[in-house]
Design a protein around this ligand. Structure first.
Ligand code: ACO
Length: 327
């Protein structure tokens, strides 16, 4: 059976760090509130002149280098994001140009914080069907450009970054074993940016006046649905593939809130030592959070041959999903 296997990972975050103390100067908040309610201490934020496509390119270059795959060997580049350089063309096309991936098709995948897992799910399908041999999957975001820096409910949460994996077709039992993606558009207003699309374009002065091209979020409602959704879909995937929670070696949940991570891990009965957390240093980097975490785990040499890795995420749409792989 053909499987999609991760041969290399990479990540890139902006140099500039915004601490909770910095945020105390912007809005009425405190380090104590942010750390106790979210687990976040600092986040990386782009500076003026930094481009999202450059972060994606850097992450992609690292993944390719570590996989010993040349850009010309790529069949497809998928970028999971909701904060591309421009509404169009797709950021993946800019990455394709930057990398010199002359043979690769390129497309963006819009699934908010689940963008990386949705892209992985699609790439796995392309590889299994024989339509692609090498796929570069990137998850990234610079939501700092869409955050309302006067809204304390959201501005303390997000950070910028990108992560990438190189997937290659392989035969055997290593690689992606299964993936399940879900959506429920009835909750589309839980997290959204109502302006900047064709409904209320960014070129409509009223859009700015009404502060529409900014992230709006019903945090509390999102929290409740997120925990159940991620736990349920992860359990469904484990059962579908014939595994139990004890067989998971590394659990990488989306890094949105440490209380959400703990609640989901507890529901799944996963040993806390197997749960990866880096939210303290990066905040919620949306589609970048899982590939950045995976890259750190790999760089720390903690993922061994044959290890079972379970990843799950949740985000605006609402969308959610899980991917299970054998390293
Ligand atoms: N500093 C101080 N106080 C604050 C802050 C802040 N930064 N933000 C909110 N508060 C206040 C509120 O105003 C409220 O005060 P009130 O009781 O006087 O009205 C109080 O703190 C409690 O607010 P809650 O919203 O109930 O706080 P909660 O414990 O739910 O935490 C949070 C809020 C962190 C947003 C949490 O609900 C959460 O993490 N939700 C999930 C977010 C998420 O996962 N989003 C998905 C990904 S985003 C994407 O897809 C792009």
């Amino acid at each position: 059976m053909i499987r999609a296997k991760i041969l290399g990972t990479g990540a890139a975050v902006p140099k500039r760090i915004l601490s909770n103390a910095d945020l105390e100067k912007l809005v009425e908040t405190s380090d104590d509130w942010i750390t106790s309610r979210t687990g976040i201490r600092e986040r990386h934020i782009v500076s003026e002149g930094e481009h999202f496509s450059d972060l994606c390119t850097r992450a992609g270059e690292l993944a390719l280098k570590r996989a010993h795959v040349k850009p010309e060997e790529l069949d497809m580049i998928l970028v999971g994001t909701i904060s591309g350089d421009m509404p169009f063309p797709a950021t993946s096309c800019l990455v394709q140009r930057n990398l010199g991936a002359t043979r690769a098709a390129a497309s963006d995948v819009s699934a908010a914080c689940v963008g990386f897992l949705y892209a992985l799910h699609l790439a796995d399908g392309l590889i299994q069907s024989g339509k692609a041999q090498n796929v570069l999957v990137i998850g990234g975001e610079i939501l700092s450009r869409y955050v309302d820096w006067t809204d304390r409910n959201t501005c303390v949460l997000f950070g910028d970054g990108a992560g990438a994996v190189l997937l290659q077709a392989t035969r055997g039992d290593h690689g992606i074993l299964g993936s399940i993606m879900k959506a429920n558009g009835s909750y589309h207003d839980f997290i959204c940016m109502p302006g900047g699309g064709s409904d209320r374009p960014a070129n409509d002065p009223k859009s700015i006046e009404e502060r529409l091209p900014y992230i709006k979020m019903k945090g509390n409602e999102t929290f409740r649905v997120a925990v159940k959704a991620m736990a349920d879909v992860s359990q469904e995937l484990l059962s579908e593939q014939g595994f139990t929670h004890e067989q998971v070696d590394h659990f990488i949940p989306h890094q949105a809130n440490v209380r959400i991570i703990d609640a989901v891990s507890e529901k799944l009965k996963i040993d806390p030592r197997k749960v990866y957390k880096n939210i303290e240093r990066f905040g919620n980097t949306s589609a970048a959070s899982i590939p950045i975490a995976l890259d750190e785990l790999v760089r720390e040499d903690r993922v061994k041959d044959g290890d079972m890795v379970l990843m799950t995420a949740f985000g605006a749409g609402l969308v959610w999903g899980s991917v299970l792989l054998r390293w």
